[in-house]
Design a protein around this ligand. Structure first.
Ligand code: GAR
Length: 208
């Protein structure tokens, strides 16, 4: 059984989707802990109700990014993860932290990377006149929102969309592709070659 630790900052709907599919589909894995950088992260309540260990490492309690990252790594390592997931975790992690979990840390980002790394992805996609938007699951590397891409989902931008309606459409797709990507990892179905990630059985890594 592989051990998964999930980092969140808020609602935690991606975390929920992963926990539910992991249990419902009998993956060779368990979500060992959910850790948040804010005590008010709503997802903590849901995770605790499922009997999952929850921890808060409040970034405001540390004098520097390095000190926060070190405390976070200690909290993560207490659960001996094979895979660390960022699921709406809204703190930038320093290079030593990223290096520590190299090749075993994934993130979901609400854009079709490499377009729109960073914040306000849906607003920027609308302002740019994009006809298509989406989300990307990728391995985390030191460069923000730039690691090897495991899976992407593309959704249409519809006339009349605003940030909220587009975000909702993308989020639905996130709930499909993030659990899928995690399942592939825990089943050892992924091969990473530089920035390219291949599914060993040739499964489609694109959801449209
Ligand atoms: C998701 O849309 C996720 O892609 C995004 O935050 C939301 C979290 O929702 N992540 C980022 O913007 C990371 N840069 P959730 O807490 O309900 O999963």
């Amino acid at each position: 059984m592989k051990r998964i630790v999930i980092l969140i900052s808020g609602r935690g709907s991606n975390m929920e989707a992963i926990v539910q599919r992991c249990a419902g589909e009998g993956w060779p894995a368990q979500v060992a802990a959910v850790i948040a950088n804010r005590a008010d992260a709503a997802g903590l309540v849901w995770a605790a109700r499922q009997g999952i260990a929850t921890t808060v490492v409040d970034h405001k309690a540390y004098p520097s990014r390095e000190a926060f990252d070190a405390a976070l790594a200690e909290a993560v390592d207490a659960h001996r993860p094979d895979l660390l997931l960022l699921a709406g975790f809204m703190r930038v992690l320093g290079a030593p932290f990223v290096q520590r979990y190299a090749s075993r840390m994934m993130n979901i980002h609400p854009s079709l990377l490499p377009a729109f790394p960073g914040l306000h992805t849906h607003r920027r996609a609308l302002e740019a006149g994009c006809q298509v938007a989406g989300a990307t699951v990728h391995f985390v590397t030191a460069e923000l929102d730039h690691g090897p891409i495991v899976m992407q989902a593309a959704v249409p931008v519809r006339p009349g969309d605003d940030e909220a309606s587009l975000a909702a459409r993308v989020l639905q797709a996130e709930h499909v592709i993030y659990p899928q990507a995690v399942r592939w990892f825990v089943e050892d179905r992924l091969e990473v070659d530089g920035l390219r990630v291949r599914h060993l059985d040739g499964a489609s890594q694109l959801l449209i």
